[in-house]
Design a protein around this ligand. Structure first.
Ligand code: BES
Ligand code: MN
Ligand code: ZN
Length: 496
């Protein structure tokens, strides 16, 4: 079955000339005036407004049957104008798109002028609307074999403007980012019996071929030879053998130091011998979210020809139970020679990242960014609302915060104070992999990783919670979220 694709375009056309199924018009609360351009629909709309059937409240949507060139006029409430911003716009468009799709609409138009004002400019609005539609309408249907005809999809979305501006740049940016984000979701949603380390590694090779990236894939033997003892240790209980993927993109002078992006790729995290009990073992296919975001971000950077050098490295393995599994009390030796005492086999992400981080630190990149579903404690810290991050470098953390503002992906910084280091002291090795106090989980995870980045400015992003959504809301669809794809793309777009 062919995958449904939605396309978004911008058209300069008068309202009276539109022919479409639905036309979306935004209204601020208590500002329900209709401009001249609406004369054709004025009677229909103003009677609704007069009868107080529509107030312009945030989240309010009224569909009016017009039976003209436009079948339905959709009044979309935007709330108080003073509180309106790109986040309200994005969530509103996400919600309305889903609703129209579920009602069976196949195409609709958005009247741009009614969704912008002096604060929200047209070009950025086109970008945000496009992104909101394309990621808001995402659905994972790959494994449905029944009732395929009942799966609904929007084919065409038209953004109507009276401006002469060309919006190709904005459309291109948003469609590339949306595709990267949705493909990240597809892979993270793919079950662990299919999406094995080998499967993801061969996909990375395919991407590399399409966009002439350099790609190296190391197998178990090579990983062992490279002395990545932690990745080998975590992987050794699984029949699905580990891989290490290294992807390189050069969009800048080759002499410029690259940005290094490291993504945790555990294709299934059973917890190992410290087995996760039900229901915590459910959904542990999402433990590869960091790796898949990284792979799709480098692909998108290449597609958009960003003027940066980027290297992506993803340790890929499965954390399983077997007679050959690594155990609590084992001591593993990381790539940089540090010995690690295992106190809990479920703290495996930091182990495979230890090898990947110290490997990439040797290349002396400009900065290292790691993206990892590292802790369940991220849930206690910021819930599903925001992603916690920690950094050794003030300038880098400012960059993350600026990208967060632009991309609308919420992040919040936690401290990396040296006091936390005491909790990881081991009696027998250089360090242990957990704090047995069970305290400050997100910070302790980052404190462990800090040992493997040398002096390279570094940021750790813990998507343990935000990798997954339990709701269909705004731009979210139940399942994988594609967390950090928008954040990274905004950051690399304005690097330096
Ligand atoms: N992949 C998990 C983190 C996780 C848990 C992500 C739940 C999403 C939902 C990670 O490998 C893990 O198991 N972390 C442990 C660390 C603990 C043993 C110190 C955790 O958070 O419980
Ligand atoms: Mn784990
Ligand atoms: Zn894990």
């Amino acid at each position: 079955m062919e995958k449904a694709t939605t396309s978004v375009r911008v058209l300069k056309v008068e309202l009276t000339k539109i022919k479409d199924n639905d036309l979306l018009i935004g209204f601020f609360k208590e500002k329900l005036r209709l401009g001249n351009e609406f004369r054709e629909f004025e009677n229909i709309i103003s009677s609704y407004i007069k009868d107080n059937d529509f107030k312009g409240e945030k989240g309010e949507v009224k569909s009016i049957y017009a039976n003209k060139n436009v079948k339905n006029i959709v009044l979309v409430g935007l709330g108080e104008e003073e509180r309106y911003n790109f986040e309200v716009l994005t969530n509103t468009i996400g919600d309305v798109s889903k609703r129209l799709r579920d009602n069976g609409t196949q195409s609709f138009s958005i009247y741009l002028n009614s969704f912008i004002n002096s604060k929200l400019k047209g070009d950025e609005a086109v970008e945000k609307i496009t992104l909101a539609c394309l990621i808001g309408l995402y659905k994972f249907t790959e494994y449905k074999t029944k009732d395929m005809d009942k799966i609904k999809a929007i084919k065409q979305i038209t953004i109507l403007t009276n401006s002469n501006k060309n919006f190709d740049r904005e459309l291109k940016y948003s469609s590339v980012v949306a595709e990267a984000l949705n493909k990240t979701r597809d892979f993270v949603n793919t079950p662990p019996n299919i999406a094995t380390p080998e499967y993801i590694a061969s996909y990375a090779k395919e991407i590399a071929k399409n966009y002439s990236l350099k790609c190296s894939v190391f197998d178990e033997k090579q990983i062992e030879k490279m002395k990545m003892g932690c990745l080998i240790g975590v992987a050794q209980g699984s029949v699905n053998k580990p891989r290490l993927v290294v992807l390189e993109y050069h969009g800048n002078d080759k002499k410029q130091k690259p940005i290094a992006l490291v993504g945790k790729g555990v294709t299934f995290d059973s917890g190992g011998l410290n087995l996760k009990p039900y229901p915590y073992i459910l959904n542990m296919k999402d433990d590869k979210g960091g790796a898949l975001a990284s792979i799709h971000v480098i692909e998108a950077c290449a597609r958009l020809k960003f003027p940066i050098n980027l290297v992506v490295i993803t340790p890929l393995c499965e954390n399983m139970i077997d007679a050959t599994s690594f155990r609590p009390d084992d001591i593993l030796t990381a790539y940089n020679g540090m010995t690690v005492e295992i106190k809990n086999t479920d703290a495996e992400g930091r182990l495979i990242l230890a090898d990947a981080l110290s490997y990439v630190a040797e290349l002396k990149p400009e900065v290292i960014i790691d993206i990892a579903t590292l802790t369940g404690a991220s849930m206690i810290t910021l819930g599903y609302v925001a992603t916690p991050f920690l950094s050794t470098d003030e300038k880098l953390s400012q960059k993350v915060k600026a990208a967060s503002q632009k991309s609308l992906e919420k992040v919040w910084e936690l401290p990396l104070w040296p006091e936390f280091e005491d909790n990881l002291k081991s009696d027998v090795a250089d360090i242990k992999n957990i704090s047995e106090e069970g305290d400050a989980g997100v910070i302790i995870g980052a404190t462990f990783l800090k040992n493997f980045v040398n002096d390279v400015p570094w940021v750790h992003i813990d998507i343990g919670t935000t990798v997954w959504s339990k709701v269909d809301k705004g731009i979210l669809t139940k399942g994988a979220t594609g967390a950090t794809v928008r954040l990274m793309m905004e950051m690399f777009r304005e690097w330096r």
